[in-house]
Write a protein that binds this ligand. Structure first.
Ligand code: 5GP
Length: 183
């Protein structure tokens, strides 16, 4: 591992930086249109969604504020349990506000469903969800997603905020790791 450049560890670029930036611009356009005359309070889920949320919010033209929530899945398996523990709660109340929840990736959907439930319990005026990536074929629960960046196949991806063992979040593109990087 030592001495390898990041790009040597990537088997394939799944989505290029240019494709990502174009898609984020398209999403922002849609969101600007849908929220015209309103204010958006973004709720970004730490840590994976931070890069996406910061690119997206810089392209929004309506008044926007941001807050962060951090959750961790119960249990130690790599499979999502759907029950999450709040590690860092929101700093500001969301009651009566137009909330746009921003997440990096939805897989089984269990985590996002749980977080949507937590937010709805605080009675926002509206709650919409924007995900960068959707592994649609893996979905286990019915989920309302309002904006989706890309639907991707069932492969483990890194980059643009997504990590493997806390690494690779800083890649500007979305990639698939070489198998030997897992071991
Ligand atoms: P879900 O509850 O939808 O099954 O799990 C979603 C969470 O699993 C995401 O927030 C993310 O942390 C993790 N996850 C799922 N697929 C991937 C992937 O391909 N790459 C990375 N880095 N994380 C993933």
């Amino acid at each position: 591992m030592e001495g390898k450049t990041i790009n040597n560890q990537i088997k394939k670029v799944l989505i290029s930086e240019e494709q990502i930036q174009n898609r984020v611009s398209e999403l922002a356009k849609e969101i600007n249109r849908d929220y015209s005359g309103k204010k958006i309070h973004l709720v970004s889920i730490l840590k994976g969604a931070t890069i996406f949320a910061s690119d997206l919010m810089r392209k929004l033209e309506v008044p926007v504020t941001i807050d962060f929530i951090s959750v961790s899945s119960y249990g130690n398996s790599t499979e999502s349990s759907g029950v999450v523990r709040i590690i860092k709660d929101l700093d500001h109340p969301i009651e009566g506000r137009e909330i746009l929840l921003v997440e990096d990736i939805v897989d089984t959907g269990l985590t996002l469903k749980y977080i949507q439930g937590i937010l709805l319990a605080h009675k926002p005026k509206s709650l919409k969800t924007c995900v960068f990536l959707d592994k649609y074929e893996r979905r286990q629960v019915d989920l309302k997603i309002d904006y989706t960046g890309f639907i991707i196949p069932n492969e483990f991806v890194v980059g643009y905020g997504l990590d493997f063992a806390e690494r690779y979040r800083n890649l500007t593109f979305l990639g698939i790791l070489k198998e030997d990087e897992y071991t």
